[in-house]
Design a protein around this ligand. Sequence first.
Ligand SMILES: [Fe+2]
Ligand SMILES: [Fe+2]
Length: 234
Amino acid sequence: MDSHFMEIISKIKNEGIREKVAGLVENSTITIDGKIYRGMPLDAAPAGLSRHHSYPGGLVEHIIGATEIALALCDVVEKVYHGEVDRDLVLAGVILHDIFKPLTYENAEDRGYKMTPLADRIDHLTLIVSELVRLGFSLDLVHIVCAHHGGQAGPIWPRTVEALICHLADLTDSRLNGEVLRAARFLSREVTREELNGINSKEAFEIVTSKAIEGWKGVRKTVERIRRERPNAH
Ligand SMILES: [Fe+2]
Ligand SMILES: [Fe+2]
């Protein structure tokens, strides 16, 4: 397990919540109708099909990114607005909000990912909310996870400060990653006339930064280096 991810779990001060969260992270399976559903390993899973974090390890990156943003928002609430926020709830909510995504994605035949038969029937939010209720997590935590997509894309708007922070952190990290991935795909396509598939976050940021520093010449150099370093890349 990624050490940064472990460190984030260890920041939950309440021992009972911390152990429950760690237990679910280590065993993120769900049983429906007597059938146990296990997804791809958490370390390997993406957090999206194509829009954001759509590469191996993307989900862990997204959880870490969203947690760091959420903790920064907790600081703003406390230090700037003099509000109160329960950091344990925020941490638990962000860590668990997408933890069943590995059950919803599988490798596609050619490359990339596709939805699993389970995801064809139930979305990742409903899966995790059901399991949190079954495992006896608190109503406040269930609400945070239930509201993480916001009321337009999800079942309910955030009604607590902690839920709002988790929703904004999720949205911000998805956009941050997704916009840079989209820009990097566009830039590499413009210089090579070919799709550079499977771009990860590090490569995407390198491509976008090379454009800002050296223009199209920089993009070409970076994309060619990425292709050389990844013989299987297309
Ligand atoms: Fe989600
Ligand atoms: Fe998310």
